[in-house]
Design a protein around this ligand. Structure first.
Ligand SMILES: [Fe+2]
Length: 166
């Protein structure tokens, strides 16, 4: 089963996902999207580590433009394609439905957190907000740690729910 992410705000995702020729199988798309999310988590960690002296306002702006669309696109893919496929493969068992419900709840929290973080990074990048380095570092670390945990849980869960999604 393949799937094309085709929303205008997804323009920052790797072009390979948009198809043309081949639509990627779910397992490959999933891995690519998680790779993108982990890469942006690494960027957030680098920003956090660079504080306070090494604050790069341009980088804050860059990440603030990319983070939210990426998070949204990954959530859309997972909820519209990956989770239904895994539920199907798991025969819609209760434990699978509970797990998917939990992952979806985490998506809502992550999306809200990403929006807040993007706004903070944008304001700092544009020099609009007084720089509260401790608050920024706290937000950055809270977000990327949570997202990394979510991805680890999701990978493990999806593997255990189904080997049939490829
Ligand atoms: Fe997810």
């Amino acid at each position: 089963m393949g799937y094309r992410l085709r929303r205008t705000e997804d323009a920052l995702l790797p072009p390979v996902l948009y198809g043309g020729e081949g639509q990627l199988p779910i397992s490959e798309t999933f891995a690519l999207l998680h790779g993108e999310k982990l890469a942006i988590c690494d960027e957030l960690e680098e920003i956090a580590d660079s504080l306070p002296e090494g604050l790069d306002r341009d980088r804050c702006l860059s990440v603030s433009r990319r983070l939210e669309p990426l998070v949204q696109a990954v959530h859309v893919y997972e909820e519209q394609v990956l989770f239904p496929a895994c539920l199907e493969a798991a025969g819609h068992a209760a434990h699978a439905r509970e797990l998917v419900a939990r992952l979806k709840a985490e998506h809502i929290e992550d999306a809200e957190f990403a929006a807040e973080l993007c706004e903070g990074l944008r304001r700092i990048g544009e020099g609009l907000a007084p720089l509260n380095v401790e608050a920024l570092a706290y937000m950055l670390r809270g977000f990327f740690a949570g997202v990394r945990r979510h991805i680890a849980t999701e990978r493990e869960a999806m593997l255990s729910l189904s080997g049939a999604t490829a």
